[in-house]
Design a binder for this molecule. Sequence first.
Ligand SMILES: *Cc1c(COP(=O)(O)O)cnc(C)c1O
Length: 398
Amino acid sequence: MIYLDNAATTKILPEVIESMIPYLTDQYGNPSSIYKLGQDSKTAINNVRKIIADAIGAEETEIFFTSCGTESNNWAIKGSAELGKKDKRNHIITTQFEHHAVLHTVEYLAENGFEVTYLPVYEDGIVKIQDVEAEIRDNTCVVSIMYANNEIGTIQPISEIGEICKQKGILFHTDAVQALGILKMDVNKLNVDMLSMSAHKLHASKGIGALYIRSGIKIPNLLHGGGQEFLRRAGTENVASIVGFGKAVECAMSKMDKKIANVSKLRDKLIDFVLKNIPKARLNGSKNNRLPGNVNFSFEGLEGESLILLLQEHGIYASTGSACTSGSLNPSHVLLSIGLSHEIAHGSLRLTISDLNTEDEIDKVIEVLPQVISRLRSMSPIWNDELIDYVAKQHAKS
Ligand SMILES: *Cc1c(COP(=O)(O)O)cnc(C)c1O
């Protein structure tokens, strides 16, 4: 099996599982209990708080555990909106190609009296700083722009956008779920007020996330209940998953430069091969400004879903669009946002590489992909090899 869907989720590292086991067995104390069994759980959580804070250049008191990246995004945006409403600010800026955890949250707010501006991301999949500046109004309460896109991997100019928001006194949130543990980041250099994280995208378990909230920013709570997380996020902590999250962040931070170099090399090998050897293929999103492990192509004349199923027959796991949009007939909003037609967007393939993948695996993909694509195109009513030859000859003539 060759797993190349690491933007959807990742394999849990053995050392992460090992770190979690005590908290699923003997160390089951409730962190809110005052006896030792409870306090040991609390200590474990606070150790991870420090690990995560250090990883992003924050203070421990600025890290709040949540149930997932989706909750972190909801809390940051709804909280900022509620704060804004108190000063009669009801305008939100985001982008057209955010994850649904952001898009559906702002759509909900739009139904409840907020105005939303969706910034374009252009063909290269990157927000323009001057667009952010131009759209900021007197009543803007929050700007939410993702750090790196989950489908096309493009990295946004977060630090520059944050600088503008800071000057204008507007809250700035970034969904960094795809970037945490992959890229180095520092919340102060990034000029962000809030930053969303999720553990299962970096080799830890599902159902655990965190939100960084800059000290002094008093967004209201999303969940009300007990006094956990400094009175700001109620609910008994998922201790084992938090511990695993910490271990995964530690693993990710060690030798990060080397991993970035290795994974980028595999990415570029795959991209260069496809663009050179498979006709009518295009790379979606900027070639240079993208996550080390992200590859996203569109192939004319085939259906992404068929491609995924044929690749699976060869033991290769990939995706088309995002995991959330596949299964629906609408093409990915991300691919449409960079200007692809419905037809082209439907023929898309996302391969997301992690540091657990090997060069042999990429070589296998390079061997299989052209065969599978030719096979699909030969079955396609709109595209086949003869047609490709014909088009090529016409081009040569003209
Ligand atoms: C996966 C993902 C999320 C959602 O995180 P969950 O922990 O699965 O809720 C949000 N944003 C981005 C960019 C993601 O890739």
